[in-house]
Ligand binder design. Sequence first.
Ligand code: DTR
Length: 338
Amino acid sequence: MKGLRAGIAALMMIFVMSFMAVSGAQASEIALKYANFPPAPTFPCVQMERWAQEVATRTGGVVQVTTYPGSTLLDAKNMLRGVMQGQADIGCISLAYHPGVFPLLSVMELPHGFTSAESASRTAWDLYAKHQPAELDKVKVLTMFTSAPSQFMAKKPIRTLADLKGTEIRGAGLISSVLERLGATPVSMPMPEVPEAVQKGIIQGLLTSFEVLKDMKFAEMCKYETVANLPVYPFAVIMNKKRWDSLPEDVKKVFDDLSAEQAQWTGQYMDTHVETALAWSKETYNVEVYTFDDAVQAEIARLTAPLIDEWIAAAAKAGIDAQAVLNDVAALKATYEQ
Ligand code: DTR
């Protein structure tokens, strides 16, 4: 009888331990490192935190993302390579920092006349999803989004193109080419380096979306803003390919289902935040806001038109059907700008 009891006790112990082992394995976390280059308050990092939260919620806590804003894990220059080499599982890249590397997706940096970050972000993601360009085939792309249209923020008033002549203005990618065609002197650098460059007088201002007036305190140094509605800057959130392949199928589905939604969320966040930041800048630093009139806008369109032909030539050289891509951008913009 004693032997029977001991046997039953042993069996129960084995059952309890194996159950704990299985449940432990199912609930085992998937820990991911997500690197970002600009300061935490900026919109690329705000969208990163939102994505991390959504992923934790939608996977029932199985996926836990540790975020590294402010270049604390990888900076802008090392982001693309760092993710490909697995130093971070996920990273956010500004495509404009890699001239010539993205012959198809750099189309998003052209003067298409997007009026909102939401329409440009949704266009960018749909364009990527349709073409899946070879330029990003060494990573998994989790989403894409863009800044809001680019505006001037400077230490002196910029009311006409004459005010731009020979003035050092920070840009990146094709925005630097836009600055050159408008007669300014473009100075390219990653966003985190811009505040110091303004403070030191290396540049007199910058051309990007207005939310940085608040998020990076440019309103304090650049009290003269000009609405120019120049091109947006495209971003991609990329994941190390091997790490992506290692994920369970149900987790991959959560990530894929989030792609288009995250693009739209980020664009909507950006459009609202630009308005908030501009109002805050007027209230806090009494900044002056000018708007290029129609005559200046027409002159800008004339001066920047050749950039489209240059993009077509470079895309064709990379084996891309450039006109088909431009047609897609126009159709997506018409849909999302409604
Ligand atoms: N200036 C562009 C795009 C951009 C707009 N706002 C932010 C905030 C933080 C980083 C980048 C941006 C760029 O440098 O990518």
